[in-house]
Write a protein that binds this ligand. Structure first.
Ligand code: ADP
Ligand code: ADP
Ligand code: ZN
Length: 218
């Protein structure tokens, strides 16, 4: 697994973050979540954050240039030397082309692009029930993954949780439309390169994780 460079694709609420975190823990390849990076930029009030906030609140995609520059810089950091999982990037064809150029320039190769496939009708429930530990970021769900002790994070013992403002029903619709229009074309793009693998994400998280390890040959 050392040195693997992976892309995790799938609709909002598909389970990308959940699976990327598990791979990170188990195989020590770092999760690069562009959504998390953008939310951190918003919280820090950086110029990128200021630009991204209204776009994200509307459920639309932040500009390709911002995303490509963000990932380009992040991949050069030391913790990425042992491989990385791109969670939520690329999300458009121009981003995928930007990633190709970036990897070529750095002399790096992509090992696999994985689609976590989940039908639309599951996603509203996944997203509106999602919450995370405010202290460590562990992900939870009202119905599918409650903390073992109510109100207390399994991982860090934290007692404060947060919900994303874009996980409300109205915004979810726009995010799904963006996925189908702008991100779904990446599936044939990576298929043509011979690196696409598909995992059925409409099952219990542990089964999805096992299938992911199987398709990656772990
Ligand atoms: P993404 O990063 O693709 O948007 P998440 O990993 O955050 O998705 O998952 C969305 C929500 O659904 C979270 O609350 C998570 O706990 C829950 N979830 C993730 N995978 C599954 C699954 N296989 N079955 C049921 N719920 C899941
Ligand atoms: P999701 O649960 O929808 O997969 P993310 O945390 O990956 O959520 O993304 C949240 C929001 O951040 C997106 O709706 C979009 O506005 C922005 N974003 C994240 N990654 C990208 C990207 N690669 N390109 C454009 N916008 C992005
Ligand atoms: Zn926690």
């Amino acid at each position: 697994m050392a040195g693997k460079r992976l892309i995790l694709m799938g609709p909002p609420g598909g389970g990308k973050g959940t699976q990327a975190k598990r791979l990170q823990e188990r195989y020590k390849i770092v999760q690069l979540s562009t959504g998390d990076m953008l939310r951190a930029a918003i919280a820090a009030g950086t110029p990128v954050g200021l630009q991204a906030k209204s776009v994200m609140d509307a459920g639309k995609l932040v500009s390709d240039d911002i995303l490509i520059a963000m990932i380009d810089a992040r991949v050069d950091e030391a913790d990425c030397a042992n491989g990385f999982i791109l969670d939520g990037f690329p999300r458009t064809i121009p981003q995928a082309e930007g990633l190709d150029r970036m990897l070529a320039k750095k002399g790096l190769k992509l090992d696999a692009a994985i689609e976590v496939r989940v039908p639309d009708e599951r996603l509203l429930e996944r997203l509106t029930g999602r919450f995370t530990c405010a202290k460590c970021g562990e992900g939870y769900h009202d119905k599918f993954k409650q903390p073992k002790k109510p109100g207390v994070c399994d991982v860090c013992g934290g007692t404060e949780f947060s919900r994303r403002s874009d996980d409300k029903a109205e915004t979810v619709k726009t995010r799904l439309a963006a996925y189908h229009q702008q991100t779904a074309p990446l599936l044939p793009f990576y298929e043509a390169k011979g690196v696409l693998k598909v995992v059925d994400g409409d099952r219990d998280m542990d089964l999805v994780a096992a299938d992911l390890e199987r398709v990656l040959g772990l």
